[in-house]
Design a protein around this ligand. Structure first.
Ligand code: HEC
Ligand code: HEC
Length: 190
C-alpha cells in the first residue's frame, strides 16, 4: 500500500531549510539563537492550541485547526468573512471575535518560528490560501490519497478532519509516524 507520495515531504523540508535565510530573514527571525536549528526538528509539527476559548468556539464543528497551519492574512480573511464561513454560519460576539482573531494572528504561520508553519509559508511562495486543505503544502501531501480512504471511508469522510488520520493532530504532530488511516492502518512498505 504505497499509493501516496512519500518523497514530497522530504523535498519540501530541504527547500524550507534552504529558503529560510531569505524568506524570513527580517532581522528578528535570525535573532532567535536560542531555538534549535530547523534541521534538528521534524518538519511536521506545529505548536498545539493552548487557548481554551479557541477550542470551545472553533473546535465544536470540526478539528480545532492550529494557528500555525495558515498565514495571518488567511486567518484575517476567514475571521472577517462573518456569517459566510465555508457554507456554515459562525456566530461570535465582538469580544469573542477579537479574542480569537488576536490568538490566530499572533500565532499564525510566518509569525512564529515553528517547523510546519515555516514549511507552509515556503510552499505558498507568497500566495494566500483560502483554507488549510487548499494550501499548497497540504495539496502536495494529500493529492495521492484514494477517495476510498477519505470520502467513502466512514471513519474519515473529509480531509478537513485532520484528527481522523493524524493521531497526533491535536498535539500539533502531523508526522508520518503518527499516521493511521481508519480501515487501512499504518502505511507499510517503508
Ligand atoms: C457552526 C460550525 C462551525 C464553527 C463554530 C466553526 N466552523 Fe470552521 N468550518 C465549518 C465548516 C462546515 C467548514 C467546512 C469544512 C469542510 O469543508 O469539511 C469549516 C471550515 C473551516 C476551515 C477550513 C478547513 C479546511 O478544510 O481547510 C477553517 C480554517 C475554519 N473552519 C476555521 C474556523 C475557526 C477559526 C473557527 C472559530 C472562529 C471556526 N472555524 C468555527 C463550520 C464551523
Ligand atoms: C485521509 C487521512 C488524512 C487526513 C484526514 C489528513 N491527512 Fe495529512 N496526511 C495523510 C497522508 C496519507 C499523508 C502523507 C504521509 C506521507 O506519505 O509522508 C499526510 C501528510 C500530512 C503532512 C506532512 C507530514 C510530513 O511528515 O511531512 C501534513 C503536515 C499533514 N498531512 C497535515 C494534515 C492536516 C493539517 C490535515 C487536516 C486539515 C490533514 N493532514 C488531514 C493523511 C491524512
Amino acid at each position: 500500500m504505497s499509493s501516496y507520495n512519500h518523497f514530497a515531504s522530504g523535498a519540501i523540508t530541504v527547500l524550507a531549510i534552504a529558503a529560510g535565510g531569505f524568506a524570513y530573514g527580517s532581522g528578528d527571525y535570525d535573532d532567535r539563537a536560542d531555538r534549535p536549528a530547523w534541521s534538528e526538528r521534524t518538519g511536521a509539527v506545529t505548536a498545539a492550541v493552548d487557548n481554551s476559548r479557541y477550542l470551545e468556539l472553533c473546535g465544536s464543528c470540526h478539528f480545532p485547526y492550529q494557528p500555525g497551519l495558515l498565514p495571518a492574512l488567511s486567518w484575517e480573511r476567514i475571521m472577517s468573512a462573518g456569517q459566510k464561513h465555508f457554507g456554515a454560519s459562525v456566530e461570535l460576539n465582538s469580544t469573542e471575535r477579537s479574542l480569537i482573531t488576536n490568538y490566530l494572528l499572533n500565532n499564525a504561520a510566518g509569525r512564529v518560528d515553528d517547523a510546519l508553519a515555516n514549511r507552509i509559508m515556503v510552499a505558498q511562495r507568497g500566495a494566500v490560501p483560502a483554507s488549510i486543505t487548499g494550501s499548497r503544502l497540504f495539496l502536495d501531501e494529500h493529492d495521492k490519497i484514494a477517495p476510498a480512504m477519505v470520502k467513502d471511508n466512514p471513519g474519515v469522510r473529509s480531509l478537513s478532519e485532520c484528527g481522523a488520520c493524524h493521531t497526533g493532530a491535536k498535539a500539533g504532530d502531523f508526522s508520518e509516524r503518527q499516521l493511521v488511516i481508519p480501515g487501512y492502518g499504518r502505511r507499510e512498505g517503508d
